[in-house]
Ligand binder design. Sequence first.
Ligand SMILES: Cc1cc2nc3c(=O)[nH]c(=O)nc-3n(C[C@H](O)[C@H](O)[C@H](O)COP(=O)(O)O)c2cc1C
Length: 363
Amino acid sequence: MIEQIYKNVLKPIFFKMDPEDVHNRMTRLGVLLGKTALGRGLTSGLFYFDHPALHNTVAGIAFKNPVGLAAGFDKNAQLYKILPEIGFGHAELGSITGQPCLGNPRPRLFRLPKEKSILVNYGLYNKGAEAISHRLANVKFKIPIGFSVAKANDPSLGLEEGIQDYRKAYLHMHPLGAYTTINVSCPNTSDGITYQDPHKLDMLLKAIAKEKHLKPVFLKIKSDFTNAELAEVVDIAEKHPWVTGFIISNLRTNRNGLKTSKEQLDHLSARGALSGLPVQEQSNKAISFVSKQTKKTIIGCGGIFTGKDAYDKIKNGASLVQLVTALIYEGPTVISRINRELVDLLQKNGYGRISELIEEVHA
Ligand SMILES: Cc1cc2nc3c(=O)[nH]c(=O)nc-3n(C[C@H](O)[C@H](O)[C@H](O)COP(=O)(O)O)c2cc1C
């Protein structure tokens, strides 16, 4: 019923407006609802779903369900009070950079309804680690919160300064969350440089290795990799036992083979990378490959819209999943729907609990 209201009434209105304006309005509404017990209670009454079959401990953290919010939706960490009430099992906030970052010029978000995708060229807009960590210093979170850290989108930062910016963000954010993600795959920096190139990744991890690792640390990587490139990233991460695992994957940079032609996409925005359905298959393949290369934990992300999509990611080797685009296309009921469908799939396939499925995949 609420899903139908979102899809048939709200979404057609939202989709006529600028995507970033809609997002900013939704963020303000989310902050407002999260402020009062009444707002939180109403939200949880409408959206929350819990089932013991979904409870699980991953990387030493207890999760009520495997479905988390992926990085990029709550860039300035404002929605942590309302996200648990919508039913997320965890949420990754950010990406947060060492120095504040304005991001790329607007417009920088484009909807692609035929693809169930968003073309994203945000460029790491956020208020910076110092301001955000200061505001959150004494907050107790209701669900596990991960902080995603990245390097500011500033082409004047050289390799060493870029690493120092990551380090600054890490030092501020790592003590606060349940886990930290090092986002080495943002495709939308103005210099086009990511830190998943083996040489840069090696240097970055050696720098962060010197810091304290009080909580699990994940690396967020892209899935536009060949298997040989993925194997190289895994090999570098294997040298660092404090790297708990990988989030696979970030946005898709390759624009080929879609319903929308490359020319149409280039006309919308020459820059930017794709979320949603176009990421699904390649992220599943990358998860499957990486899970055979390493015992490190994998969080699966990319094109999850249904319980079956989440189940497929787990069958391929993920222990948790994350989403953003489904929230935009399906509305906030999508989280409980995915979790309900997951419970059904577990039961149909003879699993009492999600941990049994994960253990079987990794046996
Ligand atoms: C608007 C938008 C902003 C994003 N910003 C970030 C970001 O700051 N950091 C990051 O690691 N991933 C970011 N992402 C990527 C998502 O976290 C996710 O990896 C990707 O969208 C695939 O998941 P989905 O298909 O469920 O959207 C962003 C995605 C979208 C749609």
